[in-house]
Design a protein around this ligand. Structure first.
Ligand code: ADP
Length: 186
């Protein structure tokens, strides 16, 4: 099973990704988490990514595509994976398509989690108080939403044209949303 989760910051991609990965026994690949670990480790990639992340901007596509390509060549991802936070631009989606063609990986679906923007900002501000993340001040949260709508939302159209986009309402309790996602996939 190979899936992509798309959706604005705060919609619950991470929470749902964990449930779905447990269900299908597949690997959860969150590019945000991978980058935060690189920053913590003070690696070359981490040092390059830090300023972008702290300001709520996207890190350069080539950097992300490098991470993903390496990760998808490893053994543990051969049984399947869920991409959470990637792709985030059309160019990343095109790069991803090249990688999957090369690896002969077929995508099963792209799940678009939806919710209204005001609700998301409220959730994120609440989470930001104890997340310890450097990009969760109210100002940066608003900026990340803007980045999503301008740079990532065009992917909804892209995957609609590829006929693999499935929309799921991201409002409600966690278990109900997981059920909705599983029904949509099967
Ligand atoms: P959220 O979904 O809450 O915005 P993430 O943990 O997915 O948070 O991402 C945090 C930050 O990491 C982003 O604001 C961005 O700077 C960087 N990032 C994560 N994934 C990508 C990606 N695919 N392309 C570019 N930047 C990314």
């Amino acid at each position: 099973m190979r899936l992509i989760f798309l959706g604005p910051p705060g919609v619950g991609k991470g929470t749902q990704a964990k449930q779905i990965c447990e269900h299908y026994k597949i690997i959860h690949l969150s590019t945000g988490e991978i980058l935060r670990k690189e920053i913590f480790d003070k690696s070359l990639v981490g040092n390059e990514a830090k300023t972008y992340i702290d300001n709520g901007n996207l890190v350069p596509d080539r950097l992300i595509l490098g991470i993903i390509e390496n990760r998808l060549k490893e053994n543990d991802t051969q049984q399947g994976y869920l991409l959470d936070g990637f792709p985030r631009t059309i160019s990343q989606a095109e790069g991803f398509q090249k990688i999957t063609l090369q690896l002969k990986h077929r995508l099963n679906g792209v799940i678009s989690l939806t919710a209204n923007e005001e609700e998301l900002i409220k959730r994120l501000i609440k989470r930001g108080k104890d997340s310890g993340r450097s990009d969760e001040s109210p100002e940066i949260i608003r900026h990340r939403q803007k980045v999503y709508w301008t740079q990532t939302a065009p992917l909804l159209e892209y995957y609609t044209q590829e006929k693999i986009l499935k929309k799921v309402d991201g409002l409600g309790n966690i278990t109900d949303i997981t059920k909705r996602i599983l029904e949509t996939i099967s």
